[in-house]
Design a binder for this molecule. Structure first.
Ligand code: CP
Length: 305
């Protein structure tokens, strides 16, 4: 099994066959590590640089774990403790890291387009670990894998992405990946947080969360990105929570079977009530577990190209 893509920059334009190969490979890696602690040798002899210019808990640790489980040599770069503070440019920083004989680069950056830009002057395989409000493809893939694992299919399911769509990279990766596999994707949130032209992608828009819960099989609830000034898009956090927060009462009133995903980190009590964040409808930690297997699949498959 090999992929058509050479890098993973986003899920837009990734062929259906490639997504299906990644999901199949994810299942194989997950099953292996459920029964064995034995490392695999898929990336033996390869060196991978994880270069993070923005904070991360889940993505960074799960890439590192995935790389180590595949026997890669791993280099972790954090911008906060680097020579960027001395004035070195992004391009010079990456070229210096690459001069150490790197095979793959996993990159997170606050600017959309940085992973694509890297493919233009780097010899390494590039994997996007989240670029600004553009895409977060491995998050999209782990969300898709988790939905398929829980509900048995993707095609024909109704999935609503809720909250701060405007600042989200998870929203677009979910939209592109899920639509490629035949799901119906919609969005729900304050109109100030929904990009004006989003419907051109064939996605329905809800302004009423109760209706969205009633009419969908899955909610993927996004964090309100207060660090990107998202709070300016509505009068107060309390008002956002009153209108769009997911509570046990809303689930009980509208759809007791709804599956709740959240990419993390959660603002407890804002987009999800604490009871929902820990309740029976959510699969948040399953997403995290699956993230390691998804990243193993992506790394292993792109490492073969
Ligand atoms: N979901 C996600 O990308 O989380 P981190 O920012 O912690 O990596």
């Amino acid at each position: 099994m090999s992929l058509h893509i050479k890098h993973l920059i986003g899920l837009q334009n990734v062929p259906k066959e490639d997504i299906e190969i990644i999901l199949k490979s994810t299942k194989k890696f997950k099953e292996h590590f459920q029964t064995s602690k034995e490392k695999l040798t898929d990336l033996s002899g390869k060196t991978i640089a994880n270069i993070f210019f923005e904070d991360s808990t889940r993505t960074r640790t799960s890439f590192e774990l995935a790389e180590k489980r595949l026997s890669a040599d791993v280099l972790n770069f954090s911008s906060s403790s680097s020579s960027l503070s001395k004035g070195e440019s992004f391009k010079d920083t990456v070229k210096n890291i690459e001069a150490m004989n790197i095979d793959m680069i996993v990159v997170r950056h606050s600017s959309a387009g940085i992973p694509f830009y890297l493919t233009k002057y780097s010899q390494s395989v590039i994997i996007n670990a989240g670029d600004g409000a553009h895409e977060h493809p491995t998050q999209g893939l782990l969300d898709i894998y988790t939905i398929k694992e829980k509900l048995g299919r993707i095609k024909g399911l109704n999935i609503c992405i809720v909250g701060d769509i405007a600042h989200s990279r998870v929203a677009l990766s979910n939209l592109f990946g899920l639509k490629t596999l035949g799901a119906n994707v919609s969005f729900c949130g304050p109109s100030t947080m929904i990009p004006r032209d989003i419907e051109k992608f064939g996605a329905k828009v809800y302004n009423n969360i109760d209706k969205a819960i009633r009419e969908n099989d899955i909610l993927n609830v996004l964090r309100i990105q207060l660090e990107r000034d998202a709070g300016k898009n509505f009068p107060s956090i309390r008002e956002y929570t009153n209108y769009f927060g997911i509570t046990e009462q809303r689930i009980k009133n509208n759809n007791e079977n709804i599956l709740i995903l959240h990419p993390g980190p959660i603002n407890r009590g804002v987009e999800l009530s604490p009871e929902v964040a820990d309740g029976n409808n959510q699969v948040i930690l399953d997403q995290v577990t699956n993230g390691v297997a998804v990243r193993m699949a992506v790394l292993s498959l792109l490492g073969k190209n």
